[in-house]
Design a protein around this ligand. Structure first.
Ligand SMILES: Nc1ncnc2c1ncn2[C@@H]1O[C@H](COP(=O)(O)OP(=O)(O)OP(=O)(O)O)[C@@H](O)[C@H]1O
Ligand SMILES: [Mg+2]
Length: 82
């Protein structure tokens, strides 16, 4: 799974975005009965940015959106929406 405007790698948060991000995820992890859907995902989306979420079937895209919208609570990590 990839965030098109930046990196989905853990610890790859651009420092210049951290203070002004509209949406900020830090260390998000989610599993379903041992199936790791999201592992230690961090990224920022700046206000006004257009970004895409891409990945193969089962990559965790829907799981991620459902963590952001509150359907699922992440096992670890924090989400901040300004
Ligand atoms: N409610 C659930 N219960 C158990 N496992 C789930 C559940 N939702 C997702 N998974 C598993 O979590 C992983 C990520 O699935 P998810 O649906 O988030 O991927 P996706 O990127 O949206 O896939 P697709 O492109 O097929 O829509 C997969 O291994 C999937 O089988
Ligand atoms: Mg999906």
């Amino acid at each position: 799974m990839s965030i098109a405007h930046g990196s989905a790698d853990a610890g790859a948060r651009p420092e210049h975005l951290a203070a002004s991000a509209l949406l900020s995820l830090e260390g998000i992890s989610l599993s379903f009965d041992g199936v790791r859907a999201i592992h230690d995902l961090s990224f920022d989306v700046a206000q006004g940015a257009i970004c895409s979420l891409i990945g193969p079937n089962g990559a965790g895209k829907s799981s991620l959106l459902n963590v952001i919208n509150g359907v699922y609570a992440p096992e670890r990590g924090t989400i901040r929406f300004a």
